[in-house]
Design a protein around this ligand. Structure first.
Ligand SMILES: Cc1ncc(C[n+]2csc(CCOP(=O)(O)OP(=O)(O)O)c2C)c(N)n1
Ligand SMILES: [Mg+2]
Length: 600
């Protein structure tokens, strides 16, 4: 039996899981070359759950590279590993690595890959297969974990996959994966390494080509007559509306979006499916509840990669074609395929800039400035909703979801926070977004269970960037319970994170669906909770958190105790801890809320 000569463990600071150094040797294996190719990407972490199909690569990452750049983030489920990488990408815009075992590991990872695909998030997933050469396969296990075409499992919702069959081909595949994942529309890619290729001894680890010569392309700026025409339409518009959809976390891009709105005087709608792209307290920002009316009355609609433009227009215009001229700015069509309908309906488009909005704004702004050198006069802000006042917590019997915002705000004041995730039950207007990192959007693919993993990945990226922002994820109890073990990875790696659970003890979204069906069919609506409610026994979520080394607070049921609970939690996170606050909330959704506008 191998006995480690030194206890595995924690060194100072972030340097944990440090391996005992290997004795000097000239012997190298294929997986050392694969690890060296991965190292060239200079990605700090690889989130993984182990498996024998990549035991060669695992050894190389630990013993050849010394578990540094990339350093392993052990996850307790493959879905969390990919969700971690997705959360990281939401903050940085760049890919993290995830490794999943042959067949079964990839199968566990599929929903998270689908979420990344729908969210247009770059993630590099690595995996393995038992030797494709059948004479080299160990009996049983390597046969069940070998598939002729493993990438087929996820090909319909990933941008590219490969199974390179030589070390030279591995180098090229790693470089190509890095480029494709980061070329808009961004998305997940998958590389599958043959076990024999990993485990064969080789003479030397070949040098990698200069990575700078294989950088992802810079997003092209559109130009010419199309941009001029778009600027003319916007300059002449009397009732323009901008639908601000997908956008980066870049502050300059944020300022340009504000400048565009102010140059045109357009009302701006935002969507909670995407991260913060426009200040929600700007006088031009319109609440989602005003969306239908604004869109129906608009004469020009500018969509900046708005998710589901066709659905939004259809709902607002009650099934009719919009009277407004529609300008679409989006590169999304490049990844539409025949399997996934996440491309949504086909929107009527009068002018199409097949470009990333962040790249289209500089030329569009320049063209607008020539036509309209002075910004439009700002109209009065539309009426907005606000979270309940702090005093409401003293009078209430039961905690309503908007009170979570009230209590958090009371504790945080103006200190910066990143709302990594907000639950389905979150009411619009509860929290203002004034910076691109104030909110990171949702899961992308509507896959419940991604919340905890994405929260850990995003919190890690915030920690590593030296951000003073408090990382906060407000999760539904259903979402939390499906992905809860992701939190162990945060504790093990000392990633501060606050998780507040809007615990209605139900998969409540679906209670509403059952209610609707029962109503339509004249059946008893009071049965809507059966097969939906998570009670008898009620789950003690704080205990699940404590069991993994987090600080667990709750269940909090009394509104008067909410501020004290949040105060304790925020202090714990500021001291570097992972803290979970289980808040038992009233069932119910905000009618105008959730997806921001028009979607349910
Ligand atoms: C993987 C997965 N399973 C099931 C669903 C269907 N679904 C959508 S919302 C939801 C309920 C989520 O519960 P919770 O996170 O507690 O939020 P709540 O609706 O209670 O506010 C479910 C089950 C889904 N979207 N994804
Ligand atoms: Mg719930």
């Amino acid at each position: 039996m191998d006995v480690p000569s030194e206890k595995p463990g924690r060194a100072a600071g972030n340097e944990i899981d440090r391996p005992v150094p290997s004795a000097p040797s000239n012997r190298v294996w294929g997986s050392d070359a694969i690890a060296a190719a991965i190292r060239a990407l200079d990605i700090p972490y690889v989130a993984l759950n182990p498996g024998s199909s990549y035991r060669g690569l695992h050894d190389s990452l630990v013993n050849h590279l010394g578990n540094a750049r990339p350093r392993m983030l052990l996850c307790l489920h493959e879905e969390s590993a990919v969700a971690l990488a997705h959360g990281w990408a939401k903050v940085t815009g760049r890919p993290m690595l995830a490794i999943v075992h042959a067949n079964v590991g990839l199968m566990h990872a599929t929903m998270a890959i689908f979420n990344a695909w729908c969210d247009r998030a770059p993630v590099i997933v690595l995996g393995a297969t038992g030797a494709l050469d059948a004479t080299r396969r160990r009996p049983w296990i390597e046969w069940i974990h070998t598939a002729r075409d493993q990438g087929a499992l996820i090909r319909n919702f990933s941008k590219w996959d490969d199974q390179p069959s030589s070390i030279g081909a591995v180098q090229e595949a790693v470089l190509r994966a890095n480029m494709i994942a980061q070329t808009a529309p961004k998305g997940p890619v998958y590389l599958n390494f043959d076990l024999a290729l990993q485990e064969d001894e080789i003479d030397t680890v070949p040098a990698m080509p200069d990575i700078a010569r294989f950088a992802p392309p810079v997003a092209p700026e559109p130009g010419g007559a199309l941009v001029d025409r778009a600027a003319e339409l916007l300059a002449r518009a009397e009732r323009p509306v901008i639908l601000m959809g997908r956008g980066s976390r870049d502050l300059e891009a944020w300022r340009r979006r504000v400048a565009l709105a102010e140059a045109t005087g357009a009302r701006v709608l935002t969507d909670r499916k995407t991260g913060a792209v426009f200040p929600t307290d700007h006088p031009l920002h319109a609440p989602g509840s005003a969306g239908t009316e604004l869109i129906a009355a608009a004469d020009v609609i500018l969509s900046l990669d708005w998710i589901d433009l066709a659905g939004t227009l259809k709902t607002a215009c009650r099934g009719r074609m919009p009277a407004a001229k529609v300008i679409q700015v989006s590169p999304d069509q490049y990844v539409h395929n025949g399997w996934s309908m996440d491309y949504q309906g086909l929107p009527p488009t009068d002018l199409y800039l097949l470009a990333e909005p962040d790249a289209a704004l500089p030329p569009l702004l320049a063209a607008l400035e020539k036509l309209r050198p002075h910004p439009a006069a700002l109209p009065a802000a539309l009426p907005r909703r606000a979270p309940p006042r702090l005093s409401a917590l003293d009078d209430a019997e039961i905690i309503e979801v908007p009170m979570l915002a009230t209590a958090l705000k009371a504790v945080l004041g103006d200190a910066p926070a990143t709302m990594i995730r907000l639950p389905l039950s979150w009411a619009e207007g509860s929290w203002e977004f004034r910076h691109p990192l104030d909110f990171l959007g949702t899961d992308g693919g509507g896959g419940i269970g991604s919340g905890p993993g994405m929260a850990v990945g995003a919190a890690l990226a915030l920690r590593d960037s030296g951000s003073a922002r408090l990382p906060v994820a407000v999760l539904g109890d259903g979402d939390f319970l499906m992905g809860v073990t992701a939190l162990w990875t945060a504790v093990h790696n000392s990633v501060p994170l606050l998780v507040v659970i809007a615990n209605n003890r139900s998969f409540f979204n679906d209670e509403l669906h059952q209610e609707r069906v029962a109503r339509d069919r004249g059946r008893p609506v009071e049965n809507r909770w059966i097969g939906q409610s998570i009670r008898d026994p009620d789950i003690d979520l704080a205990t699940l958190a404590r069991g993994q080394g987090c600080i667990g607070i709750g269940p909090i049921e009394d509104p008067k105790k909410l501020v004290a609970a949040m105060t304790e939690a925020v202090a714990a996170v500021r001291a570097g801890k992972v803290c979970v606050v289980d808040v038992r909330v009233a069932v119910g959704y905000d009618p105008g809320g959730t997806a921001g506008i028009l979607h349910r």
